[in-house]
Design a protein around this ligand. Structure first.
Ligand SMILES: [Mg+2]
Length: 305
């Protein structure tokens, strides 16, 4: 076995789809020494199996009775979880128009039957490697380097998934905007390295005080964090906001320039609403106004608007 750049063992799950049992057997025989291979003999089974095994790569016969390969590809690419899964078409024809259509549908490659086994193996290996690199880049692009939390870009992407319905769930959304009190004074007194350490502590404390594991906690920028709670109503959001504030107090991080407590505190602004009634951005802005109000009223508190 060889290792990839992120240290994982090379391998992966491959779904092969072909209406000819001999082709399925042949592909399985040349791939199953390195990969976990699942096989489907028609489009419907392919879609079902894809949901279940979550393949890293799909080899898809174009010509099949019933749902053909292009239709299967189109259906898969409509779902966010398969959008980045490479699809390689298999075809008996060497028809250029067919090939172009496949590539337009999002296929990464095309293999014409009858195929050379070594070439098929090499191409699949290449596409899985590329997939691994792009997954890795994707992960890094959406993570804040200091705290390890999702970053602002990821938050925007998540909001977009919510508002376009890509992320299914309830229509309601609660937003918490969280800001560390007197953080500039903290940096001035203790230095920026200590400031960075403080932000990591705050991030870990907030993450541990989340009541619902699926809620997205992100670093919004500077000393500001955001918690997105899809499906949560005002009561749940307010309870969560107070828990975050309490958790910070229990963490007892010293801060001599927080005049009331002598330790690090946060202010939280929260808003809730229905995505069908107002855009997510409006909820963010309302939570931001609530946060501003919490600051104005003396910090270390929660304001709900
Ligand atoms: Mg066929």
């Amino acid at each position: 076995m060889s290792m990839t750049i992120d240290g994982s063992i090379l391998g992966g799950r491959i779904l092969v789809v072909d209406d000819m049992p001999t082709n399925l057997r042949l592909l399985a025989s040349i791939l199953s020494d390195r990969y976990q291979v699942s096989a489907a003999s028609n489009g419907r089974d392919a879609l079902r199996l894809a949901e279940r095994v979550q393949p890293d790569l799909i080899i898809l016969d174009v010509e099949m009775p019933g749902m053909n390969g292009h239709e299967v590809c189109r259906t898969l690419k409509e779902k966010p979880e398969f959008r980045h899964v490479p699809i390689i078409f298999l075809t008996g024809r060497s028809d250029e128009a067919d090939e172009i259509l496949g590539l337009q549908l999002g296929a990464v490659d095309y293999i014409t039957k009858p195929f050379n086994q070594a070439v098929v193996r090499a191409r699949i290996h290449t596409h899985l490697e590329l997939k691994r690199y792009s997954d890795l880049l994707q992960r890094h692009a959406f993570i804040d380097g200091l705290t390890g939390l999702p970053n602002r870009r990821r938050l925007d992407q998540y909001l977009n998934e919510l508002s376009t319905g890509e992320r299914s769930g309830a229509d309601s959304l609660s937003v918490l905007m969280i800001d560390v009190d007197f953080f500039k004074a903290y940096n001035d007194r203790y230095g920026h390295l200590a400031g960075d350490h403080c932000l990591r502590e705050v991030a870990a404390t907030l993450a541990a005080a989340r009541r619902r594991g699926d809620d997205l906690l992100a670093r919004y920028g500077g000393e500001e964090f955001a918690l997105l709670m899809p499906g949560a109503d005002r009561t749940v959001a307010l309870d969560q906001a107070q828990r975050l504030r309490d958790a910070m107090l229990r963490a007892e991080l010293p801060h001599r320039d927080q005049p009331d407590t002598g330790q690090v505190t946060i202010s939280v602004g929260t808003s809730s609403g229905a995505l069908s009634a107002e855009p997510a951005q409006a909820l963010i802005e309302r939570a931001d106004r609530a946060l501003y109000q919490a600051k104005k009223e003396g910090r270390n508190r929660v304001v709900q608007l």
